[in-house]
Design a protein around this ligand. Structure first.
Ligand SMILES: NC(=O)c1ccc[n+]([C@@H]2O[C@H](COP(=O)([O-])OP(=O)(O)OC[C@H]3O[C@@H](n4cnc5c(N)ncnc54)[C@H](O)[C@@H]3O)[C@@H](O)[C@H]2O)c1
Length: 266
């Protein structure tokens, strides 16, 4: 039984759709009636999600695309629109943890790679979707930032990742300002610790373990809500709300979804 049919008739792009938060959002948007354009650089993952959506009676197209390579993404959108005719919502979510380590040990190209993937990739994802949203004279874009770089500045070795996520929050608010007159809303979700595969997308330098940081006493458990870490499905519900007309007067918001974790860890 679908939780809602509020996405009926809409076409939704989700990047990073093969795993974690992107997968959960794609499944929920499809359940609520959207046709999905699934983007991920991992073919097996993205095809798996397409198969899950189809098995549940939904419709989806899957594309193996690295969002930091603009031509790949642009071509995928062109192909998808030739099938589905339109794009109504974008969840620009793909991201990696990237390099983790002391600033003086991070290689210049490792820093570049983290920002290329997360920041440039988000820019590209938004840029090439805009003409399709403008054609409908309406649209909703949701970006994935993080507590890292918006509220939490105490994670050892996270300078590259946090910089990328702060940039996404800034870019999203600028996009909300710029695209508002075109009736395109842009919001930013900033999750706390969510159980996904993201730790496997990091390059943890050995020196990260020995970093000399001031010890901080945390209370028992860092997530006040009793369930502990968040689940991708919980972030997906927020993304579906922000994508739908239920949030029609919300734009430029950075919504933290962290079980109040950031009140303890700052
Ligand atoms: N899991 C957390 O605790 C957490 C917290 C805050 C923010 N986030 C953010 O959530 C987003 C989703 O991460 P997740 O936790 O679901 O991780 P995940 O690793 O489970 O999923 C990320 C997906 O994005 C894809 N991807 C990464 N770079 C890509 C690229 N350049 N092109 C195409 N696909 C790409 C990966 O293949 C993967 O399928 C990321 O932007 C991440 O920074 C995660």
């Amino acid at each position: 039984m679908p939780s809602s049919s509020r996405m009926n008739g809409k076409v939704s792009v989700v990047t990073g759709a093969g795993s974690g938060i992107g997968r959960a959002a794609a499944l929920l948007l499809a359940e609520e009636g959207a046709r999905l354009i699934l983007i991920d650089r991992d073919t097996q993952f993205v095809e798996g999600v397409r198969a899950e959506i189809e098995a549940a009676g939904g419709e989806a197209l899957a594309f193996t695309v690295d969002i930091s390579v603009p031509g790949q993404y642009r071509d995928a959108l062109e192909q998808a629109v030739s099938r589905y005719g339109r794009i109504d919502t974008l969840f620009a979510n793909a991201g990696i943890l990237g390099v983790v380590g002391p600033i003086e040990s991070i290689e210049d190209d490792e820093f570049d790679a983290t920002l290329l993937n997360n920041v440039k990739g988000t820019f590209t994802s938004v840029k090439y979707a805009i003409p399709y949203l403008k054609a409908n004279e309406k649209g909703s874009i949701v970006l994935t930032s993080s507590l890292s770089g918006t509220r939490v500045f105490s994670q050892k070795g996270f300078s590259a990742y946090s910089t990328s996520k702060a940039s996404i929050a800034a870019f999203g608010q600028m996009a909300a300002f710029e695209l508002g007159p075109s009736n395109i809303r842009v919001n930013i979700v900033a999750p706390g610790t969510i159980e996904t595969n993201i730790s496997g997308s990091g390059d943890i330098e050995p020196e990260a373990e020995d970093m000399d940081t001031k010890p901080v006493e945390y209370p028992d458990g860092t997530v006040p809500l009793p369930e502990g870490s968040g689940k991708p499905e919980q972030v997906a519900k927020l993304v579906a709300f922000l994508s739908s007309d239920d949030s029609e007067h919300i734009s430029g918001a950075v919504v933290h979804i962290d079980g109040a974790e950031s009140l303890f860890v700052g």
